[in-house]
Design a protein around this ligand. Sequence first.
Ligand SMILES: [Zn+2]
Length: 346
Amino acid sequence: MRAAIYNGPRDLTVGERPDPRIQASTDAIVRVTLACVCGSDLWYYRGQSAHDQGAIGHEFIGVVDEVGADVRDLRPGDLVVAPFTWSDGTCELCRAGWYANCLHGGGFGNHGIDGGQGEAVRVPFADATLVKVPGFGHSDETLRSVLALSDVACTGNHAAVSAGVGPGMTVAVVGDGAVGLSAVLAARRLGAERIVALSRNPARQAVAREFGATDVVADRGDAAVEAVKALTGGLGVEAALECVGTGESMATAFAIARSGGMVGAVGAPHDVVVPIDTVIFRNVGLRGGVAPARKYIPELLAAVLAGEINPGRVFDFETDLEHLVDGYDAMDERRAIKSLVRVGAA
Ligand SMILES: [Zn+2]
């Protein structure tokens, strides 16, 4: 099959990889229809995080092509969305809702596991991992939003859930990438009244407004902190959603949180220090982590299919598998928020 092959930093090609085959009776083979490039793929592309040579990509939707003998809930022809990690659904951590920390799970597109940026993927624990998309004849707009559930919509949701966002609350989102914008959308869906998006990019500001941001702050650093405080009676926000993963973004999130507030952090950390003095002396909490996407997909999928949310709006660049690198470059050069990759026919 054709698939992306990570050879090293700035060296990504599309070539031939072995066709995936059923290896365990609980596996399914999914023929990928739509995939996308994640901000975390850029860390690998830039050589800032380690990645095995071989398959890459962890966000995809597709059609079930083949199932193992013990797969009961899926059959060939089913349209499915995959969370970016697979999980058995039965271990103690899965039963507690921590699917991304499954005792027997893992992530797609690294360590010898097929990636979403390819024509087909072997999915372990298929019944527990994949979520079937009901109905048929979905519009392209709907399918783009279903694709967003594979990672960014769930990760943004996890930031908001982790920070305890609820009705009437005042929230700020640090980061205007696809995850940050998805966090705005999540805060709105969870009932936040005031949502401040930190962004200096007009195209991203527009999506943030469309997703529910009530205010936009274009400053950075200390100026951003002052601007958010000015909007919140000098106090800061009840929930600060950190969706970048740098030291500066984490410092900003803690600084704009009001005393007694909570930081919901989902950015993969690079040189981040948690300000423990703020945690202790201002009672600002920290929660977050790798999103249990499998937990959130069913409710978010229902909201997409009901037309209540449109998380696929984050895709503003489009290419096909053979031109995948164009999608990486568009994001790397910040010409695109997020790149969609058309792989196979539905
Ligand atoms: Zn598990």
